[in-house]
Design a protein around this ligand. Structure first.
Ligand code: F6P
Length: 750
């Protein structure tokens, strides 16, 4: 049935097209007039020639005989033809001797006064449009006069008008036919197009672009545009959601309850947030030197839930129950720590071997060769599976929210996905992701990528790491990558790859803090240094990626260039022992110690040494006092995911004093533009930045510090976690909606 709506739609096509064609017809009219006139003049010429040749002989004879009566009769017979209006005969001198009574007077006058109209002349007289032609009359080969033929051309106008009418009718009919065909074709393709648009709006080819691509190929660009639009709206909304919230533990808790219906969060990492150690029969609890723990622990305290991690302390077992559970933080428990137990052999293969001799150097450009061993890989797989089993034990629904942390657990997302297809798995990669060529040297690159793609969301610190990851997947896996939405489709599920720059707790966890002055005087006193002595600070794990050697060389060079600071400046390096079972780390520690000794020998006096190297664990509270005391903090990593020391130093400086010197190869350098950004490989540049920091006016320090503090306040760790959880909530909603639409689609097409 043709509905009223389609008739109306069709008319919208037909009318303009018909009108256009009729107008076109009118535009053609003048052309038609000119053309028909030319045709008829040519026709009249031929007729004139025929008549003149037929009349020549009898006329010549009658003229010689001077027989006017018979000449008139001859002319009268000839003009019986309707189109021949008049005839006349002129002698050689142009005198009009004989003529029919119809011969126009004005024409006879012009013949006598001038040469007369030329052959083939059109004239318009009161009698109407006439065509005048003259032909010589010959007798015995001699011209004795001329015959004037006057044709009535009024029929031309009549014919031309008739032709115009036909042309208009033709164009009108043509217009209607073409319009109807157009409407028919448009109607048919409209139906197909509408189907395509409808399916597109159902989300096919958009939310799950690869499972069911857009129906019409010509809609593909539209799908792309729509997806890009949705992404930009999404990003805008994410940022506006983010920015209208004051991010703190309460906001995060609220988000979890409102958006994720209060799901219990399960965090999984290798490093545990609290380590129980026993020394001389006494059990102590330590907080490890770990950016991961610094960031995730406050989030867990806000969200509660369970944190699964390797129990690495020598008193961990006796501090946990038989399920490995410990309520933490120890004094005011907010969540549960579930410890996973590893044998020495397992730790050696999974943690030291594959994670830290393989993946760690693979992902950092620090010019240390990765080592990959079969045995390490086997342990890595087995331990990832052990973590996965623990997640399954701890999950109390079939769609838990699981936050997987870091490179030790790359296979875990895939393992959880296989067991709990509806789980929301948010994986965060705390270290850089290398380019495809670098990553490609890993013998198990495909397995690692597949494992990570079990995640619902895969987060990195910077867009650059995301781009590297997408390119790596593109190079080594058969998947579909949608760059506009930054998603990867594989085996029927979708992973969002997004950047979430990690941050720290704000406001600081320390409550009422000792004043900057007291921190400084306490530390100066502990080093036997006078008041007013300048302090530089480095806080790192003793790791070859941190640029500690380069930092010491910059200190040395600065003192060479500015000897006035020798005896007035000391650099304190807090270096937490890390992965000391590995040869690369032992060698590195030895090199750090040797370099510090060499530089100290060069500049030290009885009471002074420029570098104070503290290779020992410091609790966060103690590190915070150093931050508050230091005039400058040096973060010179050769390559670093984010580096939270940079943010912690700034957060510690509520006096808005102190200068941050920051490597351009850290994620933090992408955000903290007011730091003095350096290339740590460029010793001269770093040395000069160090001097600039030590001589920076208070006003400038305040300006820079204020701006960086505002950034950390607004982009704190609650916002980091909040953005991921908000994205996860949206994806959960969208997946539920897509599942429903797919169901309706299936039901509808039955
Ligand atoms: O920077 C990567 C990382 O795993 C962090 O997440 C963590 O802060 C740090 O290394 C600590 O390393 P480990 O757990 O080996 O002591």
């Amino acid at each position: 049935m043709v509905s009223l709506r389609s008739v109306r739609l069709s008319l919208r096509f037909v009318l303009p097209l018909g009108v256009a064609l009729v107008l076109l017809g009118y535009a053609v009219m003048p052309l038609v007039g000119g053309l028909t006139l030319r045709w008829f003049v040519r026709d009249t010429d031929m007729r004139s020639r025929l008549i003149a040749s037929a009349l020549n002989d009898p006329l010549a004879e009658l003229v010689k005989a001077g027989d006017k009566g018979r000449i008139d009769a001859l002319f009268l017979r000839a003009i019986q033809d309707k189109r021949l209006f008049a005839l006349g005969y002129c002698d050689e001198n142009g005198n009009l001797l004989y003529r029919t009574s119809t011969f126009p007077e004005s024409l006879s006058r012009s013949l006598t006064t001038a040469k007369g109209p030329e052959f083939g002349t059109l004239v318009t007289l009161p009698q109407g449009p006439l065509y005048v032609a003259d032909f010589p009359v010959e007798s015995a080969g001699q011209t004795i006069g001329s015959l004037i033929l006057v044709h009535d051309m009024s029929f031309v106008e009549r014919r031309s008008n008739e032709t115009k009418e036909y042309v208009i009718i033709l164009f009108a009919v043509l217009g209607i036919v073409v319009s109807l065909i157009t409407v028919l074709v448009a109607h048919l393709s409209w139906r197909g197009w509408m189907e395509g648009v409808r399916s597109m709006l159902r989300g096919e080819g958009i939310f799950r672009p690869f499972d069911r691509p857009a129906r019409n190929a010509e809609l593909q660009p539209l799908v792309g545009d729509l997806r890009a639009l949705l992404r930009s709206i999404d990003t805008e909304r994410r940022f506006s959601d983010d920015s209208t919230t004051t991010w703190n533990p309460d906001a995060l808790r609220r988000l979890l309850h409102q958006e994720l219906t209060g799901e219990r969060v399960i965090v999984v990492s290798n490093r545990e947030p609290y380590i129980h150690t026993k020394t001389q029969g006494m059990i102590e609890v330590h907080r490890p030197a770990s950016g991961l723990v610094t960031a995730v622990e406050p989030v867990m305290r806000a969200c509660s839930g369970i944190w699964i991690a390797h129990g690495s302390g020598n008193a961990d077992r006796e501090s946990a129950d038989r399920h490995g559970h410990v309520p933490v933080p120890p004094l005011h428990p907010d969540y549960t720590l579930r410890r996973i137990w590893l044998t020495k052999e397992e730790e050696s293969g999974y943690y030291y071997g594959f994670s830290n001799e393989g993946l760690w150097p693979l992902c950092h450009i620090a010019h240390v060769r990765p080592i990959f061993r079969n045995g390490d890989w086997e342990q890595y797989v087995a331990i990832n599976q052990r973590f996965a089993d623990a997640v399954l034990e701890e999950a109390d629904t079939d769609d838990p929210v699981v936050l997987v942390q870091d490179y030790h657990l790359a296979l875990l997302p895939g393992m959880i996905r296989a067991a709990l297809p509806k789980a929301t798995i948010i994986t965060f990669w705390h270290i850089p992701w290398p380019n495809p060529e670098s990553f490609g040297i890993c013998p198990w690159r495909v397995e690692l990528l597949r494992g990570l793609l079990g995640s619902t969301i895969l987060g990195f610190h910077t867009p650059y790491h995301c781009k590297n990851f997408l390119e790596t997947v593109d190079r080594y896996l058969e998947t579909r990558i949608e760059h506009e939405s930054s998603t990867i489709s594989h085996g029927g599920s979708l992973t969002l790859v997004e950047s979430y720059p990690i941050s720290i707790q704000w406001p600081s966890p320390w409550g009422v803090e000792p004043s900057v002055e007291s921190c400084r005087s306490e530390i100066l006193a502990s080093l036997g240094l006078p008041a007013g002595h300048l302090l530089g600070l480095g806080v790192d794990r003793l790791d070859y990626t941190k640029g500690i050697l380069e930092r010491f060389r910059a200190v040395e060079r600065m003192l060479e260039l500015h000897p006035e600071l020798v005896g007035r400046f000391t650099f304190i390096q807090i270096a937490a022992p890390s992965r000391s079972a590995l040869e690369d780390y032992q060698t590195f520690e030895a090199r750090v110690r040797n370099l510090a000794t060499r530089i100290n020998q060069k500049f030290s006096t009885d009471t002074y040494q420029p570098i104070v190297l503290k290779v020992e664990h410091h609790e966060p509270e103690a590190v915070n006092r150093y931050y508050r005391a230091a005039n400058v903090c040096m973060v010179t990593s050769l390559h670093d995911g984010m580096n939270l020391v940079a943010k912690e130093y700034v957060a510690a400086r509520d006096d808005e004093q102190g200068v941050l010197l920051l490597s351009q190869f850290t994620g933090a350098a992408h955000e903290m533009h007011e730091a003095l950004i350096v290339n740590p490989y460029h010793i001269e540049q770093t040395a000069s930045a160090l001097f600039q920091a030590l001589s920076m006016p208070e006003m400038e320090q305040r300006e820079r510090m204020r701006s960086m503090r505002a950034l950390i306040r607004d982009f704190n760790v609650y916002r980091w976690a909040g953005r991921m959880l908000l994205d996860a909530a949206r994806i959960r909603r969208r997946e539920k909606l897509t599942a429903r639409l797919n169901q309706e689609w299936t039901d509808g097409s039955r």
